[in-house]
Design a protein around this ligand. Structure first.
Ligand SMILES: [Zn+2]
Length: 325
C-alpha cells in the first residue's frame, strides 16, 4: 500500500486530503535566519495558530520543507503535530537545501562518503529522524520519521555539493521509495537536476520541482512535464514578483495541455510577513490560509474547473507524496 509518512505515523495515501505541497511552520535558526531574521519561525504558539488557520480554511495536510542544517526542529514539530492529531497532518523532510547554505569544505555533506550520507537519510525515513537534525556527533532517533527527501540547486548552476546532495537523494529514493522535492533557485536547472536523479537510480516521475512560478516559461514547463516530473507552484501574494493571476493562468495552460496530473500547489509563506500569527503583535498580515481562501478563488476566476482544483489540492499530492512500498 502506498502511504504518506506523517510526523504522527503512516496514513493511506488517498487520505491525504487538501494539501499545501510546500511550506514552513517552524524554522529555529540556520543560515537563512542569519541572512535575514524574517526567516526565524520559532514560536510554537504562533505556528499552531498558523496551522489552525490553514485547517480552518479546509486544509488537511502540510508538507514542511525544512531540511537538515536549515533550522529544522524535530521536537517542536512533533509537539505541533500532536496538538492537531486527528485534525490535520504534517509531513517533514530529510535531505538538503541548496549548496550555499552548507560549508563546501567542512559540512558533513561535503566530508562524509556519499554512501554513508545515504544511510543517514534512509535511517531518517525508515527508523526515525535525529532529534538534533544531524547537527553534531550525537544522534538520538525519535519515533517520527521523515516522509520526503529534499535537495536544492542554485541559480543556473548545480554546484558540486548540490550534485552530491542530488545523488544522495536519488539513491535514498531508490532504497526507500520516498519521493524527492527539489528547491530550484528562480525555477532554473530542472532538466539538469532530473538528469542527475535519473543517472543515480532515482525516478523523475517521483520528483517534485519547486518554485517554478519564478520561471514562467511555458516551453520550460513542457520540457519538465514531458519527463514526468511534478511542478509545484507557490508564492501567491508576492506582488513584488508577479500577480496571482499570472500563476493561475500558467496552471490553467498546463491543464489545457493535458498535464493536470503533474501540478501541485504550495504557499511557501516561509517569512514572518507572510504569517499573520507572527505579525499579530505588530500589524495585520495575511497567513498560510491565503492559498485556500484567496488563491483558489483566483484559480476559479481564470476558469480552472472545480475537478481540476480537486486534482491539484488532493489527488496529485496523494500520488506525489506517496512512499511506494
Ligand atoms: Zn520553502
Amino acid at each position: 500500500m502506498n502511504v504518506i509518512r506523517t510526523v504522527l505515523g503512516d496514513i493511506p495515501a488517498k487520505k491525504i486530503g487538501v494539501t499545501d505541497s510546500h511550506d514552513h511552520l517552524i524554522r529555529s535558526g540556520g543560515p537563512e535566519v542569519n541572512l535575514d531574521p524574517a526567516f526565524l519561525m520559532d514560536d510554537l504558539e504562533a505556528s499552531k495558530k498558523e496551522f489552525k488557520a490553514f485547517l480552518d480554511a479546509g486544509g488537511h495536510t502540510m508538507i514542511c520543507m525544512d531540511p537538515i542544517g536549515c533550522g529544522r526542529n524535530v521536537p517542536k514539530m512533533m509537539e505541533l503535530a500532536a496538538c492537531f492529531e486527528g485534525q490535520g497532518n504534517i509531513v517533514m523532510t530529510t535531505g538538503f537545501q541548496k549548496g550555499s547554505l552548507y560549508d563546501p569544505r567542512t559540512s558533513f555533506l561535503a566530508t562524509v562518503d556519499t554512501s554513508k550520507v545515504v544511510d543517514m537519510m534512509i535511517a531518517e525515513i525508515t527508523e526515525g529522524m535525529d532529534r538534533h537534525s544531524y547537527n553534531g556527533p550525537v544522534v538520538e532517533r525519535v519515533q517520527a520519521k521523515a516522509g520526503l527527501i529534499k535537495a536544492g540547486t542554485s541559480y543556473r548552476v548545480i554546484t558540486d555539493l548540490e550534485q552530491k546532495a542530488l545523488k544522495v537523494a536519488a539513491q535514498t529514493q531508490n532504497a526507500t521509495g520516498c519521493p524527492i522535492s527539489v528547491h530550484t533557485d528562480f525555477g532554473t536547472m530542472g532538466p539538469e537536476l532530473l538528469d542527475i536523479i535519473e543517472k543515480n537510480q532515482g525516478n523523475p516521475e517521483h520528483t517534485i520541482i519547486c518554485h517554478v512560478q519564478r520561471n514562467p516559461d511555458r516551453y520550460y514547463y513542457k520540457m519538465l512535464l514531458d519527463r514526468g516530473a511534478y511542478l509545484c507552484f507557490e508564492e501567491a501574494d508576492k506582488a513584488q514578483y508577479r500577480p496571482d493571476t499570472e500563476i493561475a493562468e500558467n496552471i490553467k495552460w498546463i491543464l489545457e495541455q493535458g498535464y493536470g496530473r503533474q501540478v501541485l500547489l504550495g504557499m511557501d509563506g516561509g517569512r514572518k510577513e507572510g504569517l499573520a500569527s507572527y505579525m499579530e503583535p505588530k500589524g495585520l498580515a495575511k497567513g498560510l490560509d491565503y492559498m485556500l481562501n484567496r488563491f483558489v478563488p483566483v484559480m476559479r476566476w481564470v476558469g480552472i474547473l472545480e475537478e481540476d482544483i480537486h486534482k491539484i489540492l488532493e489527488e496529485n499530492p496523494a500520488r506525489a507524496f506517496a512512499i511506494w512500498q
